[in-house]
Design a protein around this ligand. Structure first.
Ligand code: ZN
Length: 231
């Protein structure tokens, strides 16, 4: 096998290595917490918090209504007990009862409002919980598949590195150095020659150059300096 062919093979392995490393990088970047799941969790938490606050409000209104009802019952008991005879005091009691009942009715309206808010928030929490579950399930499935991809790519990289080791060990180390230097400078070190043209710079080779290349001796393109490989 010509040195050019060996170096071309080395380049093929390097390209595969690079594309696998790139793919692994993309997979690793996607592993971890999901922004969609995190934001759904935080929206659910704040809705739960709101629901809890509404619950407190509801209880305190119920407590206030109970308190006013007790006061109404007390005042009515006093009014109808016959113990109070003074008309002015009786009128005062009646007025007090009216004020208390008006207050209770206002409290009851507010309690109904809050109850409706509690119902809406409870339904909202339920919807958010189901959405979060769906998101989490999708996220878990995605993470599992990414983890499998990661393992596959890592195994493939181990195999490719061994292959590179093997391929480069068969080539003269000076040639490997030249290859590495050209790769650093130009990205690709070895250029195929197709129809007499260097694929690295697209310049035509002279007949003399082509013949030397065909003869199997290592040649660099006179224009771009890449190692020429005739397939
Ligand atoms: Zn060239």
């Amino acid at each position: 096998m010509s040195v050019a062919k060996q170096l071309y093979e080395l380049q093929e392995v390097d390209l595969e290595l690079e594309s696998h490393e790139q793919a692994l990088g993309q997979v690793v970047a996607q592993l971890g917490e999901s922004r969609a799941v995190l934001s759904a969790r935080s929206r659910l938490a704040s809705e739960n918090q709101r629901l809890e606050e509404l619950g407190h409000k509801q209880h305190s209104l119920e407590w206030e209504i109970g308190d006013v009802t007790t006061k109404v019952a007390g005042a009515e008991e006093e009014l109808y007990s016959g113990r109070t005879k003074n008309p002015k005091e009786l009128a005062n009691l009646q007025h007090e009862i009216e004020v208390l009942k008006a207050k209770r009715s206002e409290l009851e309206d507010r309690a109904i409002e809050v109850m409706e808010q509690v119902e809406a928030a409870t339904a909202g929490v339920g919807t958010m919980e189901r959405e979060l579950e769906t998101l989490e399930a999708a996220w878990r499935a995605e993470q599992e598949s990414l983890t499998a991809d990661k393992e596959r790519l890592e195994a493939e990289l181990v195999r490719l590195k061994q292959k590179r080791e093997m391929v480069s060990s068969q080539v003269d180390s000076e040639m490997v150095d030249l290859y590495g230097e050209l790769k650093k400078q130009k990205g690709t070190a070895v250029a195929r020659v197709e129809q007499g043209v260097c694929r690295g710079c697209r310049l035509s080779l002279s007949n003399a150059e082509l013949q030397r290349a065909r003869g199997g001796s290592l040649m660099q393109c006179s224009s771009c300096g890449r190692i020429l490989f005739l397939a």
